[in-house]
Design a protein around this ligand. Structure first.
Ligand code: CU
Length: 330
């Protein structure tokens, strides 16, 4: 598979898109400002300790208490306290302004000629739909989004069960996915690469194993991917694989999974039409190899405890035939 060896990136401090960049800038600013304030507070504490008259621990030097300070205003101290308080307010207001400006910059992404994608978060995987448009039939895939570099992307977000959250740190901040309520997130990838995302709202046992990939490709490679995903499943003449396909349709697999061009049209699980074009299975838990597919189908719960895919009883040869067929779904 082309580009499969590209390293996967997940870093809010090394942004790959214009919005990730705005967020990284805000983070850098906050880090520097808060770092400087922290250093100044430490410095002031140090100065106070050094000027402590009881530095040697022998008790304060015997001196008559300075009662004058009770009646005379401490002008210098008062000025200092007022000055530093005002400085704190100015610094905090400055950070608020930076925050608001960042928020505005995030919402002002130009979205002409966007790529539209619909995502549904489910326990614990992501359904990804590319609606039909511009002479292109729509198609459904899972756990892996492809986007063209330099073009805005509008992703509408939904959840089928509990609240999930879409978060690809290299590209943008987080956006909640809510059952029954549509939200959208808009972003643009400006650098080619593979960016890992992670569900960012606790959603049950396998929340931590609910990852996704965003593959940002040059426009031609993206177009080739779209053309390929729009096709129905590849046909095979391999008799073992054909037996695998029959087994898949006969066993309950097809009740939950769609493979376009076959009798399998379930929607409870990921669309498997082009399964082998994906880098991982089970939302980033396993790399997508025939061995891992066999292990997954034998006992999904052993790979991802709590997963909603059941272990379907199959004889060993039947299961291997199913894997052989799945491996043809390029
Ligand atoms: Cu989740």
């Amino acid at each position: 598979m082309a580009g499969a060896s590209v390293p996967v990136q997940q870093s809010a401090t090394q942004p790959a898109g214009v919005q990730g960049q705005h967020i990284a800038q805000l983070w850098n600013l906050s880090l520097v400002v808060c770092g400087v304030v922290f250093a100044l507070v430490l410095l002031a504490t140090l100065v106070a300790l050094i000027r402590n008259p009881d530095r040697d621990g022998q008790g304060p030097p015997m001196r008559a208490p300075d009662l004058a300070s009770l009646t005379q205003p401490e002008v210098r101290t008062r000025r200092l306290v007022i000055g530093v308080s005002m400085l704190s307010v100015i610094v905090l207001v400055g950070l608020i302004v930076a925050d608001v400006l960042t928020d505005r910059a995030l919402s002002m992404l130009p979205v002409d000629k966007p790529v539209r994608i619909e995502m549904v978060g489910a326990q614990w995987w992501w359904q990804v739909s590319y609606p039909a448009g511009a002479g292109q039939p729509g198609f459904v895939t899972a756990n892996e989004l492809h986007v063209p570099v330099g073009r805005p992307v509008i992703v509408s977000l939904q959840a089928s069960d509990v609240i999930h959250s879409f978060w690809v740190p290299s590209l943008h901040g987080k956006k909640d996915m809510l059952p029954g309520i549509d939200t959208t997130i808009e972003f643009r990838a400006d650098r080619e690469g593979v960016y890992r995302g992670q569900c960012a709202e606790f959603c049950g046992a396998e929340h931590a194993l609910m990852a996704m990939l965003v593959v940002a490709d040059p426009p031609e490679r993206y177009a080739a991917w779209v053309a390929q995903q729009s096709q129905p499943a590849a046909r095979t003449t391999d008799t073992v694989a054909l037996h695998g396909r029959d087994t898949f349709e006969r066993a309950s697999c097809g009740n939950c999974h769609t493979v376009r061009g076959t009798g399998a049209s379930g929607t409870n699980g990921p669309d498997l039409t082009h399964l082998m074009s994906r880098r991982t299975i089970a939302a980033g838990v396993l790399t997508n190899t025939p061995q891992n597919l066999a292990a997954w189908i034998r006992n999904p719960d052993a790979q991802k405890p709590g997963t909603t895919m059941p272990a379907v009883p199959l004889s060993e040869p039947d299961r291997l035939a199913v894997v052989r067929w799945l491996a043809t779904l390029q």
